[in-house]
Design a protein around this ligand. Structure first.
Ligand code: GSH
Length: 254
């Protein structure tokens, strides 16, 4: 049972998968791709994941892609320390929340991430190189071209922050409904894992906009105290650890 994970330290989607592998204590070989250098767009990698994104799991030669799908797959093949509720109705609620996390916080967090952390790298490129790189991305071509080399405009950034705020409010309501401390009640589930990286990312970017939501604040403390958290967020997984310019920029904003 060999697990090989193609991923990137700072990738939020990768962090979901690393969390589940670590929580289940499944040993895995980690192949680290440099997303800013375009490792995810190389022909050999595209054969594994035609979307040109991380993560991709190779389990004894079986290739599984898409972070939420991979976490469900892992819970099926290694059911000990389960992250999936037994009750089919609760399980359906978990899956609906996982879809919500993908559509709202996980998608929205890309705007502040790219604007604050990755933009300097793109600004250093010639226009031709930038457009060629953007056009080679199977999933994110339009996203990259909209961002351009000047970054997303303020209106786009404000909209992303508003969507993130609504995501925390939804989490607060779900925790209240289930009785907490996790989204679906007393046990952690894949819905919590799906939510985690965007919330951690916004904390790292100094935009922890949930201080008035007590259940989310406790949820955040709990997930950071989980035994899988530290091995998942090894050094270099946070953007402030990887990009020195970010620390200065965020300090100025504070
Ligand atoms: N729905 C996919 C999205 C994967 C995704 O967007 N991965 C990002 C990192 S979190 C990536 O590889 N980006 C590379 C790029 O934009 O070129 C999943 O959850 O696995």
């Amino acid at each position: 049972m060999a697990y090989k994970l193609y991923n990137a330290p700072q990738s939020t989607c990768s962090q979901r998968v690393r969390f589940v592998l670590n929580a289940k204590k499944l040993p895995f070989e980690e192949v680290k791709l440099n997303l800013l250098e375009g490792d995810q767009l190389k022909p050999d990698y595209l054969k594994l994941n035609p979307n040109g994104v991380v993560p991709t799991l190779d389990h004894d030669g079986a290739i599984v892609t898409d972070s939420t799908v991979i976490t469900e797959y892992l819970d099926e093949v290694a059911p000990a320390n389960s992250f999936t509720p037994e009750n089919p109705v609760t399980r359906a609620r978990m899956r609906a929340l996982m879809h919500f996390m993908d559509e709202m916080p996980a998608a929205s967090v890309r705007v502040p991430t790219f604007n604050l952390a990755f933009l300097p790298k793109f600004q250093a490129m010639s226009r031709e190189d930038f457009v060629a790189m953007a056009e080679s991305k199977p999933l994110r071509k339009e996203f990259m071209l909209t961002m351009g080399q000047t970054g997303f405009p303020k209106a786009e950034m404000d909209a992303a922050l508003a969507r993130l705020r609504r995501s925390y409010e939804r989490m607060e309501a779900e925790i209240e409904k289930s009785g907490g401390p996790w989204l679906l009640g007393k046990d952690i589930s894949l819905a919590d894992v799906a939510a985690m990286p965007a919330v951690v990312r916004m904390y790292d970017l100094n935009y922890a906009d949930w201080q008035d939501l007590p259940r989310v604040a406790v949820w955040f403390d709990n997930i950071r105290a989980h035994s899988a958290f530290v091995p998942t967020y090894y050094h270099g997984s946070l953007l402030t650890e990887r990009f020195p310019h970010l620390k200065e920029m965020l300090a100025k904003r504070a």
